[in-house]
Design a protein around this ligand. Structure first.
Ligand SMILES: [Zn+2]
Length: 309
């Protein structure tokens, strides 16, 4: 049995027959959620975990719930390492599916993100990108369970967000389009695109929404993320006008109701993204210099970024 630090032991939550959310408390950096969908003859997974140990623990749970059925597909909701580092732990014959840009980013990024964090025992990570890609939509089936994959056409949390919607069950695995109890992070996406994507997500009309981080919820989660992003956009417009750098703006900003969200230092990255959109509104999601922005986040925190994963 894997050993995880107190308060971060994963648990499963059954959402419908054969549909399970695998939740990793407390949802902070690198503690992401995944999905396990057990059909009559095969298992589909939504996302993997971010360390070898956490990935192996997930595979143990998949094997237990799948009762010998093959894992036929693994969907990556986006390229971020917490959702993709464990990809190599599924069997080689499992199809890994993601947005075309997810594949590109996984290959381009490799394990670089590990340099930004202190804490995790990463293990022996081997990068495996999605081999099946989509740009707009793709439907897969886990036995009799229909899983509709959708990209809403604009950068949001990243350039390559995919939602896995199970229309017959009213369940959507939303990846990091939703954070529950944690600070949304748009540094590699787009504030305006994310707001538009939340409208599309709401139109799915799914009563059960699995966020990328934090407890399973419902449509109220969409409004929470929307309020935060609108707050960031407003704060950025004001601070930009006054000539503040994103770090200066973050330091003087009262996070008010959002101060209770975990990983508050993401405000610095979010302001960088919002500034970039003010400067160049025609290119949402364009790459920003991550090492410099992480440096600003460290300065805001007064120390390194830490993960409990
Ligand atoms: Zn993410």
């Amino acid at each position: 049995m894997a050993e995880f630090s107190a308060g971060t032991e994963p648990y499963t939550q059954t959402l419908a027959g054969g549909v399970v959310a695998y939740v990793q408390p407390d949802g902070t950096w690198f503690l992401n959620n995944t999905g396990i969908i057990v059909g009559d003859d095969a298992v589909a997974m939504i996302d993997h975990a971010g360390t070898e140990q956490r990935g192996r623990a997930l595979m143990d749970t998949v094997a237990r719930l799948g009762e010998g059925r093959p894992v036929r597909s693994l969907v990556n909701t986006h390229h971020h390492a917490d959702h993709t580092f464990g990809n190599y732990l599924v069997p080689p014959e499992t199809a890994i599916i993601g947005h075309e840009l997810c594949r590109e980013e996984v290959i381009a990024t490799g394990t670089a993100v590990t340099a930004f964090f202190e804490g995790p025992e990463w293990g022996d990570i081997t990068i495996r990108p999605p081999e099946v890609t989509l740009t707009e939509a793709l439907t897969i089936h886990a036995g009799d369970t229909r899983i509709e994959l959708r990209h809403f056409g604009t950068p949001a949390h990243t350039t390559n967000d995919v939602v896995a919607h199970l229309p017959e069950h009213g369940i959507a695995f939303c990846g990091d389009l939703l954070f529950s109890g944690g600070t949304p992070f748009a540094v590699q996406g787009s504030i305006s695109g994310w707001l538009a994507t939340l409208d599309d997500l709401a139109r799915l009309d799914a009563p059960v929404l699995v966020p990328g981080h934090g407890p399973v919820g419902g449509p109220e989660r969409i409004d929470e993320v929307r309020r935060y992003l609108e707050f960031v956009a407003e704060a950025a417009a004001d601070a930009y006008e006054r000539g503040l750098t994103p770090l200066e703006a973050a330091r003087e900003l009262d996070l008010a109701e959002f101060a209770a969200l975990a990983d508050a230092e993401r405000i610095v990255g979010n302001l960088h993204r919002a500034y970039a959109e003010i400067d160049d509104p025609d290119h949402p999601g364009k790459p920003l210099p991550l090492p410099e922005i992480v440096g600003d986040m460290r300065a805001y925190l007064g120390g390194p970024l830490r993960s409990k994963a």
